[in-house]
Ligand binder design. Structure first.
Ligand code: HEC
Length: 127
């Protein structure tokens, strides 16, 4: 029995690794979060230009309030946050709750939408 199961198990591990690798290699624009990002965040943000909100490319692992050339609220600039999946998830549930006095008010109520958007920002940051 054990001898029979082992090859199946190693096949499953190998395919899981192949999947993980192809997910990493996937261009950001083909992720489900790309469409959500355009629809929800695109009125104020883009990846490469500061608009109403700051440019997002590279936001993952970046200190909050440091996109070059964008005029941030003092609250966000002095927040000490380094953006990661966990605090981006909090931010998108209530920017004012995470950083009182910040100048973003937009909330994404759905946890799965937040996860997809965060995965997109991560991929777009080359992480
Ligand atoms: C109505 C306009 C608006 C919308 C919509 C909006 N934002 Fe923002 N966002 C802002 C503003 C303004 C700031 C700057 C906040 C500050 O300086 O306090 C900001 C800041 C941010 C930051 C901090 C970036 C940094 O460099 O520290 C992140 C991350 C962010 N937004 C993500 C998102 C995401 C993801 C969405 C879509 C789900 C979104 N925002 C939708 C206006 C918006």
């Amino acid at each position: 029995m054990i001898a029979l199961r082992l090859p199946i198990l190693s096949f499953m591990v190998a395919s899981a690794m192949a999947l993980a690798t192809s997910a990493r290699a996937e261009p950001a624009d083909t992720l489900p979060g790309a469409r959500l990002y355009q629809a929800r965040c695109g009125t104020c943000h883009s990846l490469d230009a500061n608009r109403i909100g700051p440019a997002h490319r590279g936001v993952f692992d970046r200190a909050a309030g440091t996109a070059p050339g964008y005029s941030y609220s003092p609250a966000l600039k002095s927040s000490g946050i380094i953006w990661n999946a966990a605090n981006l998830d909090q931010w998108l549930q209530g920017p004012q709750k995470l950083v009182k006095g910040s100048k973003m008010y937009f909330v994404v109520p759905s946890a799965s939408d937040r996860a997809a958007i965060i995965a997109y920002l991560c991929a777009a940051s080359g992480k």
